[in-house]
Write a protein that binds this ligand. Structure first.
Ligand code: HCB
Length: 216
């Protein structure tokens, strides 16, 4: 089987919610020499995008999406240790990652957290549904040392919380020491400018590249 066929298999097992098949395809990808990174970006993420589109068209329903997410988890369990093997030796800095309050979409957030960690960040992962009080509390633990925050929001409602985070940073006098990157499907460059954040990224690899740039 060619590399592209294996990537397609990863994609299709996400779309058809084939949890066991997805884990097997992840193993097969690694055995064939496909990097964990390519398996995620060229296979799993492509599948998840198709699932999202099908959900929007009413061709798939919530239970299907939940099963696709489980298939992604099964593959990520196999691929994550491989990503961590490529961890950069050089330490870039500290990063706090989270999903905004009210939002439990964690797949993209987890990918971003992993990619930051692999690229030299010491990552404090606060998980999903995180309030601004908790975010501010974590930032304060760094005592004015520069820290990157990388927040995700997948819904237009939770995206509003990013604006509140910016206001809280200003109010607490923390804005100067914090680099702010926000992402998630609804987040645009225009939104980033509107709320006065520093950057966004379309995927986890870009997020890591941009984060390194912001911190160096
Ligand atoms: Co969910 N859901 N969902 N969902 N869901 C979305 C997000 C909709 C767009 C689907 C739709 O209606 N078209 C929609 C939001 C609409 C809106 O507000 N505009 C939606 C809705 C409405 C809901 C519920 C309210 C449904 C309901 O209950 N009626 C509910 C919300 C619950 C809640 O959060 N309170 C819900 C639930 C679910 C699950 C649980 C079934 C499941 C999540 C499972 C999980 O995470 N464990 C789910 C999923 C999977 C999706 C879709 C299909 C895919 C999201 C995903 O994982 N994408 C999504 C449709 C879509 O996005 N097109 C749909 C794949 C990842 C890899 O992409 O964009 O998250 P990503 O991350 C990228 C990128 O954005 C960037 O890098 C990542 C990696 O490449 N990035 C960053 C992300 N964060 C970054 C941070 C940075 O600093 C920088 C870059």
């Amino acid at each position: 089987m060619s590399n592209q066929e294996i990537l397609n298999k990863l994609r299709d097992t996400i779309v058809t919610q084939d949890i066991k098949g997805c884990a097997e395809a992840a193993e097969e990808a690694l055995e064939t020499g496909i990097s964990a990174f390519d398996a995620i970006n060229g296979g799993l993420s492509v599948g998840m995008k198709i699932v999202g589109d099908k959900y929007e068209l009413g061709e798939l329903y919530l239970p299907h999406i939940m099963m696709s997410a489980k298939a992604m988890d099964a593959a990520m369990e196999i691929l994550t240790p491989e990503l961590e093997k490529d961890k950069a030796g050089e330490k870039i800095g500290n990063a706090i990652t989270f999903v905004q309050e009210g939002d439990i979409h964690e797949i993209g957030h987890r990918l971003v957290s992993i990619m930051l960690s692999v690229n030299g960040f010491n990552v404090v992962d606060l998980g999903t549904d995180v309030s601004n009080e908790i975010i501010i509390g974590e930032i304060k633990k760094f005592n004015d040392d520069t820290v990157l925050i990388a927040g995700s929001a997948l819904m237009t409602t939770s995206m509003q919380g990013q604006k509140d985070t910016m206001e809280a940073l200003e109010k607490e006098g923390l804005r100067k020491s914090v680099k702010v990157m926000f992402g998630g499907a609804p987040v645009s460059e225009r939104w980033i400018q509107e709320i006065g954040a520093d950057a966004t990224a379309k995927n986890a690899a870009d997020a890591a590249r941009i984060a390194v740039k912001l911190m160096t």
